[in-house]
Design a protein around this ligand. Sequence first.
Ligand code: PLP
Length: 394
Amino acid sequence: MRLNGHFQDLKQSYLFITVAQKVNDFQKARPDADVIRLGIGDVTLPLVPAVTAAMRRAVDEMGDAETFRGYSSDWGYEFLREAIRGHYAEKGVKLDLSEIFITDGAKSDAGNISDIFDTDNKVLIPDPVYPVYVDSNIMAGRELEYIAGNEGNGFLPLPDGRHADIIYLCSPNNPTGAVYSKEQLRAWVDYANANSAIILFDSAYEMFVGDKDLPTSILQMPGAETCAIEIASFSKTAGFTGVRCGYTVVPNALKRKSGGKEASVNSLWLRRQTTKFNGVSYITQRGAEAAFSPDGYKQIKENIDYYKRNTRLICDMLSELGIWYTGGENAPYVWMKCPNMSSWEFFDFLLDKANVVGTPGEGFGVNGEGYFRLTGFGGRENLEKAVKRIKAVL
Ligand code: PLP
């Protein structure tokens, strides 16, 4: 027997391990230092009351023989898919319930979706990037090409004439916080349709978009239903990183060749899910439904606004210092240029001089070298302190 040899092609992901190690060493050497972490990509505010109340009610139902439930449908409960359909209707996107699949989060689906694609497909991935897209395709043995994000294109690369079969896009972006405009997304949709490619659009941070002119879903673009799959999550929207719930939209109009015949991508994904996935708990799905109720929606928006006020403080500080940055406005991430230092040099400098932890951009791809990610996921008091300290050392 042999293990999957493609795992040997994976680069070791040293980023967060190295960050943790360096912070650990620093704290040992300087036990009195008050270290503030602006590197985290996890939410810190608790679940909102509408969500916890719905989950409590669901727990009671599960403990009563009259209302107990076992496996849910292959797509997930209709009540949650209806709530998601309503959320999309607000964006002007009409969905059929059969196009919505409830999942245990965007990471799983971003990795699993590649099961339904042939190994021969050529994959195009922006760099810097959320690492799951790269690693899951390396594991599958697929050929990868990168498209560079840089200051010139605002870290929002556009089609450059190269052919690709599968394209990963993430907007608002992790790590850069940059958000594609409608015109830019339209360019990707037109390119994908012209190349018979499929775009995998990760909209995990869509609820951070406050600018009404910016798209929050690729499905808002004309023609996206014939070339795009959208992967979304309640993690950053409703604080579900520890609860686990997301959804994937696979349009019924999306068709491609399978075994020489035209096939519905939605049917293949349904077949994959019914084979390898058995759904998300009833309690979780009721909690997620409540996040889109009028009360729940107001409450989750308040939390998002709290994080966004944090990122605003980071952006104001960088503007004052005259340091180039992107993101922040419609995302929980701010992507700043390191002042005449490499990403890791800047990491060490900030930790040593300001006792602040961020994430070196180099860890997200070669084009991240020289840049640094700061996040607004954290408490206001600490953030204000961190901003003052950074200002004092730069
Ligand atoms: N997609 C992006 C772009 C992310 O940054 C993250 C988490 O940081 C995820 C997906 C993971 O989402 P989930 O918690 O739903 O798996």
